[in-house]
Design a protein around this ligand. Structure first.
Ligand code: SF4
Length: 326
């Protein structure tokens, strides 16, 4: 049986596939469960404080309940909670493998980190190259999903979010994922063109369960999912090191702003939804985003994996009304 390896955020997943492992993004396992809150309860029962991010608690709950024996934790370039989470997982007997993106986006440092990662999983260059070629063909299909959203109006913002967010682990089996993706695209090519107020969604993926459904039900159309698109690594004709250097998420808000600016222009976006997670340090980045972009920005904060509350629904409706009247 293949070895299951969990991870806390996007890593060079090509290496794990080349090692014949089953990579699983713990965030995806948490949020797609039919009862995600119970993972948070597992963490709180074990002593995690109430006043901390529920994604971190959800990840812990998933590792514990599903008895995941090995977890790759991204120590630099993701979350300020990961160091303590790694220590707790180690303490509980989980094999923890740290991975760090270089904060200064230095190519040599990232190259060494990927080579170390390859050695740990006994992956050689030729095995990696073979898997990379296959995975790049999946990434091209994901790019198509994105184009059919913002260019052709054939895919909803929610569908775009789901497919791109799953790109981090390709559901543990990139070949099966590719087949699913192909049938989805085939079905969508024949669908109807949708319209709406063109929006960008920036920030980490939402913990709120019905956010897209509500926005798109009220006349909004999310044509850009910033971080989710980054998870799909739409970067071609480059080696693995270059691909993960062009990936903006680990390299701070300014790397992200460059990408957001280019994409909102290209996609003719009229307003921005900035999603922030309660107790997340990234909330502070809202200040920089609001100072940087001229477009109207609505900041939405989510805490638990639950449907939207009434107050946030009213704020979204008012935001869409305001954009409509502009
Ligand atoms: S939402 Fe923020 S605090 Fe929570 S896991 Fe993600 S980066 Fe960390």
């Amino acid at each position: 049986m293949s070895r299951v390896v969990g991870f806390t955020t996007t890593i060079p997943v090509e290496v794990l596939f080349a090692a014949n492992c089953v990579p699983l993004d713990l965030n995806n396992l948490f949020i797609t469960d039919k009862d995600p809150i119970h993972f948070i309860e597992i963490a709180e029962k074990d002593g995690f404080p109430r006043s901390m991010c529920n994604w971190t608690k959800g990840i812990y709950g998933v590792v514990k309940e599903k008895k995941i024996g090995t977890v790759v934790t991204v120590m630099v370039g993701d979350c300020s909670n990961t160091e303590a989470l790694s220590e707790i997982l180690s303490h509980k007997g989980v094999e923890v493998i740290p991975f760090a993106y270089p904060y200064d986006r230095d190519r040599d440092t990232l190259k060494k980190e990927i080579e170390k990662f390859m050695r740990l999983f006994s992956v050689d260059e030729s095995a990696l190259k073979k898997v990379e070629r296959e995975i790049q063909s999946v990434r091209r299909l994901l790019k198509k999903v994105d184009e059919l959203t913002y260019r052709d109006g054939l895919i909803s913002g929610y569908e775009n979010h789901v497919w791109l967010v799953q790109a981090s682990d390709m559901k543990g089996d990139y070949r099966a994922y590719k087949e699913m993706l192909k049938s989805f695209l085939k079905e969508k090519m024949e669908g109807e063109k949708r319209e709406g107020i063109r929006l960008a969604y920036v920030g980490v993926p939402p913990i709120i369960l019905d956010l897209y459904e509500f926005i798109e039900g009220k006349g909004g159309y999310v044509v850009f999912n910033e971080i989710q698109r980054q998870f799909s690594l739409p970067y071609f004709r480059c080696d693995i090191v270059e691909r993960y250097l062009r990936y903006t998420y680990p390299y701070g808000i300014f790397a992200r702003i460059e990408d957001i600016r280019r994409e909102i222009r290209k996609r003719n976006v009229k307003g921005i939804i900035h999603y922030v997670q309660t107790f997340c340090f990234r909330i502070m980045e809202d200040l920089i985003l609001k100072d940087t972009f001229d477009l109207p920005i609505l900041t939405i904060e989510g805490e638990l994996p639950k449907p939207l509350d009434t107050r946030t629904k009213l704020r979204i409706e008012a935001f869409l009304e305001m954009l409509k009247s502009r």
